[in-house]
Design a protein around this ligand. Sequence first.
Ligand code: SF4
Length: 358
Amino acid sequence: MTDLYRLLPEEMEEMVIELGEPRFRADQILYSLYYKFPKNISEIKQLPKEFREKLLENGFNIGSTKEVHRVQSKDGDTTKLLLSLNDETPIESVLMQYKPKKFFGHPRSTICVSTQVGCAMGCVFCATGQMGFERNMKAEEILGQVIHFAKILSEKGQHVTNIVFMGMGEPLANYAETFRAIQLLTHPRGFGIGQRHITISTIGIVSAIEKLAEEKMQIGLAISLHAPNDKLRQMLVPTAGPDSVEALIASGKKYFLKTGRRVTFEYALIEGINDTPEIAEELAWLLKDNGSHINLIPLNPTAGEFTRPARKNVIEFERILYNGGINCTVRVEKGTEISAACGQLRTDILEKYNNTIS
Ligand code: SF4
């Protein structure tokens, strides 16, 4: 079976012509897929019944992500979904909504998508990392998460404004499917979101960052650094290479030079591990004159044995970076009470399910 959501507009045209239909049928399908969000081919009402039947006979379908569970933060701004893929694999996606600032700005609806089921990178503070790796997701499954939320938002007269590849998995370890998903999302005849409204977050696969820089796209890049030296970084990210810090700083610079897009370094602050004033000074020294931005993320409170630093320690860490001339922000917390760690919702639900059937 081929999911219609997998096809780029040019491929859709080739497909309808191969099936003996006029080219404009491709536009009818694309309009339906990206504006009407049909659950199956019979819901594409723009097409004649005979052509819909022909699509089914030729092995096309629309793979739907089924919603298994939904949790919402108390303020209603964050919604986390457990979705079931076609093979019934459960994955997570999150919608974060931001109200406009008082006198300027626009409301934003950001979707955080998953790219793999589980993750092989094994970061010690991450629930997904502790699950291990199950499989890569296909481009249409990545896109399907955005489509699912786009439908929910459209029913309220709202739309998706930003997409971040920060859910379960390492997007650059699933490069081909992640990149196809980006092409589908940014194609003017596809989902049609601007490239600058997409950010990929990576633990830092240097060869893939360099490849992405050559794609001539305007995608934002966030590199998860988490430590200013290799010894500490390898403890937190066991799959990191022996010279990962230096290589990551260099790859971030290359990405900026190729794309003109400023790179953000992400830094999960973990109490007693990487949050001391000495480490802040080491980090400030490392990123001095680099021109990049650092995003401090106080660790989610429920991530296993690791804990979030006290607020005063976070402020002190930020102050040291700021005094060292580093452009730095502390991530705004959204829906902490529902999000737990990435991968946590899936783990919780599966545990409940297993307890029920055992
Ligand atoms: S933090 Fe990201 S890269 Fe690391 S284990 Fe979790 S999902 Fe994978």
